[in-house]
Design a protein around this ligand. Structure first.
Ligand SMILES: N[C@@H](CCC(=O)N[C@@H](CS)C(=O)NCC(=O)O)C(=O)O
Length: 216
């Protein structure tokens, strides 16, 4: 039994959905309503004391943190591989995952933006300026990093964990009005990924908790 607790628009949940789909692993999706505070409910905190999504369960074990979950899936279900065999190449793929998960996303996740709004009293224009500043800086880093390694995907012509981290971050960027087109490598890789049915099935809009018509 595999179960993913997530939220349709959560980019960290989206990473795990992509990996599950690329590996062809069937799973039950449990929607956690972040806007309604579902991740802070006593029931959810009993499962995941971190109070974040995603939370992944398999064979009676529960795991937090998308990168740890994706690495677990890679080790537990190694086919098709989403990390290269060579140790240096593996480290480079992981470095891109870390760039997204540790350098870009933490500056822009829900609780940070809520603190800017409600803790520091910034208006929506200032919050969006914060978001766009950090996302552009992050996309610049990703473009420089991937310009030398990308083929159809981030590393050559087969998807890796790096693609599963890049695509949700680009989705997130669009939400805040940053279109990835000025970053040519990122835009190309995104187009190629979204042509794959695994990525299409993992998209936020395809999730059962997505409101009809997409946003807000
Ligand atoms: N580093 C964590 C990030 C998890 C995270 O921040 N998830 C967001 C949704 S993308 C969340 O649960 N936000 C709730 C909040 O910020 O209160 C991971 O990769 O799983």
């Amino acid at each position: 039994m595999r179960r993913l607790h997530g939220y349709w628009r959560s980019s960290a949940s989206y990473r795990v959905r992509i990996v599950l789909e690329l590996k062809g692993l069937a799973y039950e999706y449990v929607a956690v309503d972040l806007r309604g505070g579902g991740h802070r409910s006593p029931d959810y905190l009993r499962r995941n004391p971190q109070g974040l999504v995603p939370w992944y369960e398999e064979d009676g074990v529960g795991l937090a943190q998308s990168l740890a979950i994706c690495e677990y899936l890679e080790e537990r279900h190694p086919r098709p591989p989403l990390l290269p065999a060579d140790p240096v190449a593996r480290a480079r793929v992981r470095a891109v995952c870390d760039l997204v998960a540790c350098e870009i996303h933490p500056l822009n996740n829900l609780r940070v933006l809520e603190h800017l709004r409600h803790g520091l009293g910034l208006d929506e224009t200032a919050v969006h300026a914060w978001y766009r500043h950090w996302i552009r800086a992050g996309l610049d880093m990703l473009e420089r990093e991937l310009a030398g390694t990308a083929g159809r995907f981030c590393f050559g012509d087969a998807p890796t964990l790096a693609d599963a981290f890049l695509i949700p971050q680009l989705y997130n960027a669009r939400r805040y009005g940053v279109d990835p087109d000025p970053w040519p490598t990122l835009a190309r890789v995104e187009r190629n990924c979204l042509e794959l049915s695994a990525f299409a099935r993992a998209r936020p809009e395809a999730q059962p908790d997505a409101p009809a018509g997409g946003a807000p």
